[in-house]
Write a new protein. Structure first.
Length: 201
């Protein structure tokens, strides 16, 4: 079920899922350049709005138990989406922080996304996933990911995802993803790339 908007309360829950996430002691997370909790929320609001305005946001049912942002080979970020992302990045990290983040990302090595694009291979990508608090630990993460898996199977192309936490990575592996590689941004900050190949019909 595709969404064209979310309520103010739902947006608040989306951004807090990232600003309040508890990483392992050995992890810092990708939001190290954000200006505290408020900075993470500003950045993620811009990121979420970019997905909504570009038609990339889905949910399971009208109850909106959670949200998943999915890009397909034909997906494009809209101009308004790019503006929202830029505003969120600057509000969240500042101009210097945004530039530094881009530099750190480049120095971490080629992402799986970049590798597949260079090889001219199509793929489905999970850009963001959030399950609302009252629906957590009830199987809704699997339900949301299944939306992406169904697209992957229908097109016969792999589904990929990147995450910055070991626990998050383990959950994706439990659902069906395979660990592909790790990319180190800085000490205690890694992004884990995972892939799931389509089921043959």
């Amino acid at each position: 079920m595709k969404l064209n908007s979310v309520s103010k309360d739902s947006m608040s829950e989306i951004v807090k899922a990232f600003s309040e996430y508890q990483y392992e002691e050995s992890e810092e997370g990708l939001y190290y350049l954000c200006k505290g909790k408020k900075g993470i929320e500003d950045y993620m609001k811009g990121f979420a709005l970019a997905g909504i305005k570009s038609g990339l946001l889905y949910t399971i049912s009208e109850k909106e138990e959670g949200y998943i942002m999915i890009s397909k080979p034909t997906s494009r970020i809209s101009i308004m989406g790019l503006i929202s992302l830029l505003i969120g990045s600057i509000k969240g990290m500042g101009m210097k922080g945004t530039i530094q983040f881009m530099k750190d990302m480049k120095s971490s090595g080629e992402s799986l996304e970049t590798q597949l694009k260079k090889e001219k291979k199509q793929f489905i990508q999970i850009e963001m996933l959030v399950v609302k608090r009252k629906y957590q630990n009830k199987g809704y993460m699997r339900g949301l990911v299944q939306i992406a898996f169904d697209m992957s199977d229908e097109l016969g192309i792999p589904c990929i995802v990147s995450t910055d936490g070991i626990l998050k990575m383990r959950k994706y592996e439990h659902i069906g993803f395979k660990h592909y590689q790790d990319r180190k941004f800085k000490e205690n900050v890694c992004e884990h790339d995972l892939i799931r190949y389509p089921n043959k019909k």
